[in-house]
Design a protein around this ligand. Sequence first.
Ligand code: ADP
Ligand code: MG
Length: 701
Amino acid sequence: MTPFSTITPIEYLKGVGPSRAEVLKSELSIYTFGDLLRHYPFRYIDRTQFHKISQLRPEMAAAQVIGRLVQLEERGERRGKRLVGQFMDDTGIMELVWFQHIGWLRKTLTVGAPYVIYGKPAIFNNQLSMTHPEMESYLPGAKNTGNMSLQPVYNSTEKLKKLSLDSKGIQKLQVALLEAIAAQFRETLPEYLLRRHGLMPLPQALEAIHFPANQQVLHRAVHRLKFDELFFIQLKLLKNKLLNTQRFKGHRFDSVGEKFNRFYYERLPFDLTNAQKRVVREIRRDTASGAQMNRLVQGDVGSGKTVVALMSMLLATDNGLQACLMAPTEILAQQHYHSIKKLLGEGIASVQLLTGSTARKDRRIIHTQLEDGSLSLLVGTHALIEDAVKFKNLGLVVIDEQHRFGVEQRAKLWRKNDIPPHMLVMTATPIPRTLAMTLYGDLDSSVIDELPAGRKPIKTTHLYEHSRLRMFGLLKEEIAKGSQVYIVYPLIKESEKMDLLYLEAGLETLQQEFPLPRYRISIVHGKMPVKDKEFEMQRFIRGETQIMVATTVIEVGVDVPNASVMVIENAERFGLSQLHQLRGRVGRGAAQSYCVLMSGNKLTKESKLRLETMVRTNDGFEIAEVDLQLRGPGDLAGTQQSGVLDLKLADLTTDQALLTEVRNSVIEVFHNDPQLDSGEHMLLRDYLFRKEAGIQWEKIS
Ligand code: ADP
Ligand code: MG
């Protein structure tokens, strides 16, 4: 016999063949036996419960009845033609009705025979009936072969149904699949973990998830498979983390020297918050350890990540090494460059900006200075990881908003040196704990959980269109106090034209309400030439205009401490993290700040929840949790590379406790046996290093 396994191409499965295989691939991405095995049922029909005909009610979603088919006849003409059966048990009689496959049904159904039927009860013309019920011959002896258990229901598609691969058809394939390979299923986890966590053995779980004997068995099977999904992601992540620190030596930043100290004592215009101090200490400890640092710094908007980044970069220069800071967008890179230059002042360290729009000539100079070491600090975008960019001795890389950078890109930066540089990753958007564990599980993590002193929490309100005048009133009051305000409009590619029209209309109203010369308005949107944008931004930053009307380009942009109001138009169209980022543009000074969310009257349940959440809390982490629950991990940036999208069963929003349990058990495994040398960890070792053990999930593509 051919030794089938999880990597056997699906066309070799009994009952599949080339044409069905094609469609399984194109419709469900099922390429191998393993892929099919992982095509788990999305629900189960509880076939353990039976009803008597007298108990059936039209309110029931579905019911199962044992009885006898006592009559079968065709009624009606042409389009009204239908097959009607009479079905009886010891409590009553009901009609079964079919509009399709009449000829075939007449041939296969036997009048007088006992059946188990399943379907939705209905009352039609005062008569209890079921339309298109599932019919199975009743075999009293065959309790465990489908007649009387939880029946799996599989996702299928129209194309698959044409090839008889509806849920039932797929169920048949699963039976064939288990027959072919179940004997080869192997446990993947060490015995002691199974015992400690009360886990069902893997081979059993893989069969039970398709054909559970009862609810309890199903529950245990699902739990076991969720555990596996999360376990192997964590195993890989934590392995990377261990290998990074154990294998990769890092530059040792022995001296906290002149530059760091001069900046700290002479230039820093404020006291660091305790949280900032703690994180700087953590970074100093990491970089002095001799191993490569991989640290994630999470901090809410306005928590002061930039200065932490800068001080870390100065640590590198104090030790004769270069440092760079990489941002995901041109605007953000520019802003970092300007704020770093401003904070740093003259005479401590040289800093340059390198982005896609840096002129050729300047670029060449930067390249040269990087290579001869005369340039110490570099800020930029993806342009930093181009091959032409060579550092003399890169000691630290800071990545802002890392979730937009792939793991690959991170790795590329490492390879720029013999000794890999220390990596500091800063996220501007807080991410929920569970997601952090999966997205950044390979990093140590620091949290700046404190805002600079004197900041007052931003007051947020949600107003409907008819209260627009209240909003104008607030703007006038604030401007009268000498503050500045933002008014942000959505600009979304799909509806760009409409959005711009809307912005123009809004602008007209504003110009009437806030006339010259008393009020001055800046306008910035993505469709403007870069130069004009820059000019308008600068006018606002210098305080020459009091109102900044903008599309979301300002989201990651300006830092104007004098701005005290953020108005967001059509707020219902923004995502939560975007709203939070926008709101973070105000509240940067000592004055009370406001955020006004303007929306239309018709709100979906989801947008209502988003706006309510914004009004309720300023806490970025809390907002991120709600965001994850609303959108699921798939829509959150950065999840693509993380493996969380491969999760078939585990759910990061509801399985937090399990994830923590799993992660702790992985940590314990590595703690007890870092190289996974012991016999009981052979399976894990195989999985990580040879990828041959147990179930191999990887596709052959
Ligand atoms: P983010 O964490 O959002 O990147 P920034 O680094 O841009 O925050 O800092 C926000 C503002 O707060 C900046 O104007 C910065 O100069 C200021 N700031 C940072 N740390 C402090 C502090 N400890 N005390 C007062 N102001 C601070
Ligand atoms: Mg920032």
